[in-house]
Design a protein around this ligand. Structure first.
Ligand code: APR
Length: 229
């Protein structure tokens, strides 16, 4: 019996943070019902009306300081003891880290960081501060949110695919799997990888190792931990 810890990848989306009070994007009452993607989440929008885009992310960043990780975040952090765990999240919030998860890969950026609007590798910590027009990045360019907008590349994708290909177990939580390339991660698992999909609206995809748990993240994680521990 090898004493190597089994490799676990947790792949999460907005539903993971719903029970912390953060809206998802595509559920009823979700962010994309209240805001137009074209006006707040594309590089073109930032070119045309930077103040509107900055206000949208400033408001979300302030909210981050009013919410806490939920039970599902903590359950995932506890899995670090049993598994060699990597969390790959589409979320720009820092709730996985605040719950104690040590290895978290953000595919779509991080709300509490800003970056240069000309060089994506120039990144600064915001510590909750708003970004305003005229705020400069270290390279002198206008500071922008360190998030991946629609139409922009996802730099962390290749690292994420490597992690998934090595996984013995994958837990997919709270994502509609509608946004690519991120959603394609569920197709790069190796053939022996067990997959669990926790989402109240979760629909299965063709994979013999897939189990769908149509529950909210906190209930689903409790149920799953009984199964895998
Ligand atoms: N627990 C688990 N899942 C939940 C919960 C909950 N409490 N509440 C809602 N969900 C599920 C919904 O059923 C839905 O399938 O979370 C999912 C949220 O889907 P989306 O709003 O589409 O969010 P996500 O999949 O993360 O979006 C992907 O799209 O807008 C962009 O960049 C943004 O990272 C985001 C990406």
């Amino acid at each position: 019996m090898s004493d190597r810890k089994r490799k676990l990848v947790v792949f999460s989306g907005a539903g993971m943070s719903a029970e912390s009070g953060i809206s998802t994007f595509r559920d009823s009452g979700g962010l994309w019902e209240k805001h137009s993607i074209e006006e707040v989440a594309t590089p073109q929008a930032f070119g045309q009306n930077p103040k509107k885009v900055l206000d949208f992310y400033n408001q979300r960043r302030r909210q981050l300081y009013e919410v806490e990780p939920n039970e599902a975040h903590y359950k995932i952090a506890e899995l670090d003891e049993m598994f060699d765990t990597t969390v790959i999240t589409q979320n720009v919030d820092n709730l996985h880290e605040r719950a104690g998860s040590e290895r978290v890969l953000h595919l779509h950026g991080e709300l509490d960081k800003g970056r240069s609007s000309v060089d994506e590798t120039v990144i600064v910590d915001l510590k909750g501060k708003d970004i305003n027009l005229g705020d400069k990045a270290p390279d002198g360019s206008q500071l922008r949110p360190h998030v991946v907008w629609f139409g922009e590349a996802v730099p962390a994708m290749s690292e994420a695919m490597e992690e998934v290909q090595k996984a013995d177990l994958m837990i997919v939580v709270g994502t509609s799997l509608q946004v690519y390339p991120a959603a394609g991660l569920v197709d790069v698992c190796n053939p022996d990888c067990e997959i669990y999909y926790i989402d109240p609206q979760g629909e299965p995809w063709p994979n013999p190792n897939l189990t769908v748990i149509k529950e909210k993240a906190s209930i689903g994680m409790n149920e799953l931990i009984k199964k895998i521990s």
